[in-house]
Write a protein that binds this ligand. Structure first.
Ligand code: PLP
Length: 369
């Protein structure tokens, strides 16, 4: 006999996935529908409307791609970039580096704007890059860099990019549902996200939104999109009026997204951001009060993800495994050049609550002191 699957119950306070809201789990256990059932098509329409509210946009093309956040990243690049195009990418962490890789695989010539991990991409550097490369098709930055905990201010960068013909692309994997995304106000042309961070759903869908300008760029492509699976020109026919089959939608994941967005909209997006800010700051103040140093300066710190510098002489892996064993509490280690140097603590979505702040501070105090 094979034993039933019984995973331990953890508090997921790493960089994602975060814990799934119980209502989302409940929605996932409701009956399966066919992907062309009228009842499912209604759920898709409702999901698009809810996604627009949470992304803060009126963009018609606002859908959920099948796959994790990286599928969202690939969707944006494979559809907007053609071989030989020039793109400018801000690199101040792991996910900027991944965007460079993806853009290069699309045949783009990539101009990188680098900043130290833990700092923002300075708008002036974007201006200089665009002045030197006025033919750039797009500028891409990570709004919430999960590898460092930096919140990238977008206002000035948007102004600079929109003084040219380039499009502005933003990675919003960790920002959607955790802090304002303001797609329309900030004139962001393309953004992508993932379900497993501040949306409190499991990993598996990548919400994507594109402005009319971005759609026009896609419509004027000379070459076929190199990925069949992620080709938006076909996928929008399934999400739009034609409802033509492209691939079988992950039905249960769609339920989870609809429910997670419903919860956010019912709470009120502004209230959700305020909740992340309140508990994120409480956690950060508590960590500093324990004498721990945070990687990112206060002005550019995310509330939903905090990078803590590992104190000298403390064993990174040992602390993380003690937290898991003793408290069923997961935090993340550092990635790339921050490996072994920071811990990454998430307070995302459903997890952004007082009890998790208290648990994290008391558990860390117990293990460190
Ligand atoms: N971009 C950012 C900022 C992320 O934090 C992540 C995942 O952590 C991704 C992209 C990739 O998403 P996924 O791991 O869901 O494919």
């Amino acid at each position: 006999m094979v034993a039933e699957l019984l995973p331990p119950e953890r508090v997921l306070m790493g960089p994602g996935p975060s814990n799934v809201h119980p209502h989302v789990l409940r929605a996932m256990s409701t009956p399966l529908l066919g992907h062309l059932d009228p009842a499912f098509l209604t759920i898709m329409n409702e999901t698009m409307d809810l996604l627009r509210k949470v992304y803060q946009t009126e963009n018609k093309l606002t859908i959920a791609m099948s796959g994790t956040g990286s599928a969202g990243m690939e969707t944006v690049f494979v559809n907007l970039v053609e071989p030989g195009d020039k793109v400018i990418v801000g690199v101040n962490g792991l996910f900027g580096t991944r965007m460079v890789d993806v853009a290069e695989r699309c045949g783009a010539t990539v101009v990188q704007i680098s900043a130290p991990w833990g700092e923002i991409i300075e708008p002036q550097k974007v201006k200089e890059a665009l002045d030197s490369h006025p033919d750039a098709k797009l500028v891409a930055v990570v709004h919430a860099e999960t590898s460092t905990g930096v919140r990238q201010p977008l206002e000035k960068i948007s102004e600079i990019v929109h003084n040219t013909d380039a499009l502005l692309v933003c990675d919003m994997v960790t920002s959607l549902g955790g802090c304002p995304t303001e797609i329309d106000k900030l004139k962001i042309d393309a953004a992508y996200s993932g379900t497993q961070k501040c949306l409190s759903a499991p990993p598996g869908l990548a919400p994507v939104t594109m402005s009319d300008r971005a759609v026009e760029v896609m419509n004027n492509r000379k070459s076929k999109v190199q990925s069949w699976y992620l080709d938006l020109s076909m996928i929008v026919s399934y999400w739009g009026e034609e409802r033509s089959y492209h691939h079988t939608a992950p039905i249960t994941m769609a339920y989870s997204l609809r429910e997670s967005l419903r919860l956010i909209v019912n709470e009120g997006v502004e209230n959700v951001y305020a909740r992340h800010a309140l508990y994120g700051e409480a956690l950060q103040q508590g960590l500093e009060a324990m004498g721990l140093k945070l990687l990112v300066n206060k002005e550019h710190r995310l509330h939903q993800l905090t990078s803590v510098c590992i104190p000298e002489g403390v064993n990174d892996a040992k602390v993380r495994s003690r937290l898991l064993e003793k408290y069923d509490l997961e935090i993340g280690g550092g990635l790339g050049e921050l490996k072994g140097k920071v811990w990454r603590i998430g307070l995302m979505g459903y997890n952004a609550r007082q009890q998790n702040v208290t648990l994290m501070l008391s558990a860390l105090e117990d293990i460190l002191l």
